[in-house]
Design a protein around this ligand. Sequence first.
Ligand code: PLP
Length: 253
Amino acid sequence: MALKEPDPHVLVVAGTDSSGGAGIARDVETLSAFGVRACLAVTAVTAQTDQLVGWIETMPAPLVESQMRAALAGGQVGAIKLGMLASPEAVSAVCRVLRDQPDLPVIADTVLVSSSGRRLMAGDATSAYELLYPLATLLTPNLPELAALIGCDSALDDNQAALQARQLIERGARAVLVKGGHATGKEAVDQLVQPSGISRHAAPRLKASMRGTGCMLASAIAASLALGRDLPTSVSQAKVYVLRQLDARQNPM
Ligand code: PLP
């Protein structure tokens, strides 16, 4: 009998975006570019365009938990990617499942607000996410999300951003990739902050703007981890992937 090929999957726990700009459509597109398959737990269905989020229908937390457990029962999940979780109840349900999966890498994109300005998380996001900190391998906040999670103003430079990320580590996070996309300057610097130190991932700041880059980056890291690479390598590869997508948008063929 032929040996079964390894077929790593990433379990995506996230919301849909009818425009395809962000959310599950972006996640699946990214995973497939890495040759990794997706299984799903849908947390919310949204009707949105690039300009506005018109409707958010949040899935019941027990349904989110049930989808996750069913996906994990297949036995092929190599990493979990969390996107829009939509409600504190869903965050608690996700945490219940993660406590039963201590060996799986978990990338949590702390989705709070859409680019068009609509809140994507109901209730008290800060307390809800605190439950998740010790269970996630990596959190990937942008500067406004990081500030909201620790309750202060958005960082004005890389040093401040690193100090804010350290505060998440003090509150129990295992690693934080703070994204510099919302900053200014010639370079976009993402900083990987861990208890052991900080590594910087700098890239030229491109003019192109694109929705869903946070979803892409977190999914690309999860794909790379599911393929067995370590965290710093996965972050570097993911950053190269996102830059290529932005560059293709800036310089269409
Ligand atoms: N909608 C959904 C379902 C998302 O998951 C996200 C981000 O993860 C967004 C919207 C926000 O994306 P953007 O910042 O590109 O608007």
